[in-house]
Write a new protein. Structure first.
Length: 728
């Protein structure tokens, strides 16, 4: 049956219907007489009234050259492009021989004829040139204005790319559908963008705590928040309350590989992926505090592109580091053996919001390795291990000098004995490893490191040269011993400072662990056996809790707000909860209810996986789960699940009745094209209806929450008002 079109169609959410009379149709039709345009909106070929003659002429000329035609008579566009890049003389002569083509692809400059290669390939790559049945149908119903499919035509990336300034809304689809693009790539006018990004209404707000679940109508500013819905729209909605308040953002977005087996379908091409990310990163930057950080993880498929993009969005001066994370012992497929190296790394780009901010600094964070393993790795690298001596005797302590005002005191030691670790082990009849395990507080190295303290010691000790060892006691005003009375030993005539191994190691899990500052190579994080971490199954999609813990140690303090808008299984929220950080998580996929929320409920219950032991986690706390209030989004899901033409047409009918069609669509042309619609394949029918639905109507704007036709409950309306209420 043909699509059913009501006599009246509501435009762009207006509550009064506008009848499409002939005059209105003519005005709308004229708006589509623009033909293709360049990125600068300059016309590149005639208006639609002459387009078919122009394109038919181009097809005839190109197919007249057998080099560009396949055995089945199809035009081989890649061969055309190669010929253009090489300024093929035969092709250029054919184009110039056609008055129509010469007029549009050549320009006379002071008697010299110039061939516009870029304009020519723009036309050849456009969907209007040799369109398929689906493209012909969408052209007829008014979906083709200014629509040239150049997002997939470039293999290069630069700071300017096609549709860079578009607003690309959509979100992740089911992986098994394998769509080439997972969002709606429509060019929106400024007023449409404003409506798209307007604050959205919420529904089904529920607080989860140790006491269970309760529906809530008031938002508490201290609540942790989990949002189900499109992350672009959720981010824009968060600006109302959280702009400039988030201390740390960590995201693990789709990697654009085409092979991920978890919930995201990440089959992008480079330029669309960049635009998708750019839209979200620009909003994310606004949410950060002036001293905030953002961490974005990726693999090498998009890493170079991502770095360029983030330099633009956050400023190259705010770049901090790229972290290399060893995620696996990677392999290559049989067809790639000998053509590529093993893939073992992923990358995390780190940026400040504002490097010059007074409080913008990385927290001292450490990596811990078993002491014996650390010593062995140190020696295997060809370096000389310095902690090789043991202080076996330290007696005869005598006060030599005291400053009552500062509390500083200098002591001398008359009986000092040392031995090598090897000799000490032999004397005790134990292994050297056992010495390191049990006597770290006596094992030392000496250094002539310059410091203001050592300078004062050397000056004071000049008059007490009979002592081989002196000790300087003072109270540091900063550092790890801030406010604690501390004694530092200095040895010999040069007053070399004694550095004890116990200051470089900590005792963890019954053994000494060497402590080293975190660098840019993270090889110590375990990616094995993550499937059940958090007591939920999420194969191949999780990041280890220890990775997110390290990110938060570097960038946050307790009670800081963290954000992850590709929340996935909920690792970021789970770690933030255990570490006493406030958090906001956004996820669009339906598994948020079956995976993410149950995981966080287990955290509240005291779940002991991941970083629970390191953080001494016992359970408790709460979070609020809300959904962006859907409108057309439900229809999009029904469309995605449709298996027959009748089901697709029913979605189109309901969208039309509810005023959810794009305002550019002409109802009479839609009805007149029913025959062409029925001739499309089921997938093409679904694609066409998806494009017809107005993406500004997928979710309910907060300003319209009280509209009874939209079906929000009193509780939903109350929570929405509470969330956006200023000053709370």
């Amino acid at each position: 049956m043909p699509p059913r079109i009501p006599q009246h169609l509501q435009l762009d959410g207006a509550r009064t219907a506008l009848q499409h009379d002939d005059a209105a149709n003519n005005r709308l039709q004229r708006s589509f007489q623009t033909g293709g345009r360049t990125a600068n909106n300059n016309p590149i070929y005639p208006g639609r009234g002459h387009t078919m003659t122009f394109l038919q002429e181009l097809e005839t000329v190109l197919k007249g050259d057998e080099r560009f035609v396949s055995q089945d008579g199809q035009l081989l566009k890649p061969r055309v492009q190669d010929a253009v890049n090489q300024l093929d003389a035969q092709l250029i002569r054919r184009l110039m021989a056609s008055p129509v083509l010469k007029e549009h692809f050549f320009k006379d400059v002071d008697g010299v004829t110039i061939f516009d290669q870029e304009k020519f390939m723009w036309v050849v790559n456009s969907k209007e040139f040799l369109p398929d049945s689906y493209t012909s149908y969408r052209n007829k119903i008014g979906l083709s204005a200014n629509d040239n499919d150049l997002l997939t035509s470039s293999n290069e990336v630069a700071l300017v790319w096609p549709y860079k300034d578009c607003m690309l809304e959509g979100g992740q689809d089911k992986e098994d559908e394998k769509r080439d693009e997972i969002f709606y790539n429509e060019t929106l006018a400024p007023d449409e963008v404003g409506r798209l990004l307007a604050p959205k209404a919420f529904r089904n707000a529920t607080r989860y705590s140790a006491e269970g679940e309760e529906h809530v109508t008031e938002f508490d500013k201290n609540d942790n928040l989990i949002i189900k819905g499109n992350n672009l729209l959720a981010l824009s909605s968060l600006l109302e309350r959280y702009e400039g308040q988030v201390k740390c953002i960590y995201i693990d977005p789709p990697y654009n590989t085409g092979t991920d087996s978890f919930g995201y379908n990440d089959r992008f091409n480079h330029s669309t992926w960049l635009t998708f990310m750019k839209n979200r990163l620009e909003l994310a930057r606004r949410l950060l505090r002036s001293d905030g950080f953002i961490f974005v993880q990726s693999d090498d498929n998009e890493q170079a592109y991502l770095k360029v993009l983030m330099d633009e969005v956050f400023g190259a001066d705010n770049f901090i580091n790229v972290i290399s994370v060893k995620t696996k012992v990677g392999g290559v497929s049989g067809s790639s053996i000998g053509k590529s190296l093993r893939d073992e790394l992923e990358y995390i780009n780190i940026y400040y919001k504002n490097r010059s901010s007074e409080n913008a600094s990385i927290n001292p964070t450490y990596v811990f390795t078993n002491l014996e393993e650390h010593i062995q790795a140190y020696e295997d690298s060809g370096k000389s291990w310095k902690y090789t001596s043991v202080l076996t005797r330290l007696e005869g302590k005598t006060l030599l000098h005291e400053n009552v005002d500062t509390g500083e005191r200098l002591f001398g030691y008359s009986h000092v004995e040392t031995a090598s670790v090897r000799a000490f082990a032999k004397e005790l009849g134990i292994s050297e490893a056992e010495v390191y395990r049990t006597h770290a507080d006596k094992i030392f190295q000496t250094t002539n490191a310059q410091s203001s303290v050592r300078g004062r010691v050397m000056k004071l000790a000049e008059q007490f040269d009979e002592f081989e060892m002196v000790g300087f006691e003072y109270t540091p005003t900063k550092g790890k011993n801030e406010g604690i009375v501390t004694e530092i030993l200095y040895k010999g005539a040069q007053q070399r400072m004694m550095m004890f191994l116990s200051d470089a190691v900590v005792e963890r899990d019954g053994s000494y662990q060497y402590r080293d500052r975190v660098g840019t190579l993270w090889t110590d994080l375990q990616y094995n056996n993550l499937t059940k971490e958090g007591s939920v199954s999420f194969p191949n999609g999780k990041k280890p809790e220890t990775l997110v813990e390290r990110v938060m140690l570097l960038a946050t303090q307790p009670n800081d707000i963290t954000l992850d808008f590709f929340l996935g299984s909920g690792t970021t929220a789970a770690v933030a909860h255990k570490m006493g950080r406030r958090y906001i998580g956004i996820e669009q996929m339906d598994y948020i209810s079956s995976v993410t929320i149950p995981r966080l409920q287990k955290v509240i219950g005291g779940e002991q996986g991941g970083v629970s032991k390191a953080q001494d986690w016992k359970g408790g706390g709460s979070f609020v789960f809300v959904e962006l209030a859907e409108q057309g989004e439900q229809l999009m899901r029904e469309l995605q699940g449709a298996t027959t033409t009748e089901q697709v047409q029913e979605v189109l009918y309901r969208a039309t009745e509810r005023g959810l069609l794009r305002p550019s669509v002409l109802p009479d042309q839609l009805a007149a094209s029913s025959t062409e619609f029925e001739q499309l394949s089921l997938d093409e029918q679904k694609r066409a209806v998806a494009e017809l639905i107005d993406k500004n109507r997928l979710y309910v704007n907060a300003s319209e929450a009280e509209d009874t036709e939209l079906g929000l409950s009193d509780a939903d309306i109350a929570f929405t008002k509470s969330f956006y209420r200023k000053g709370e």
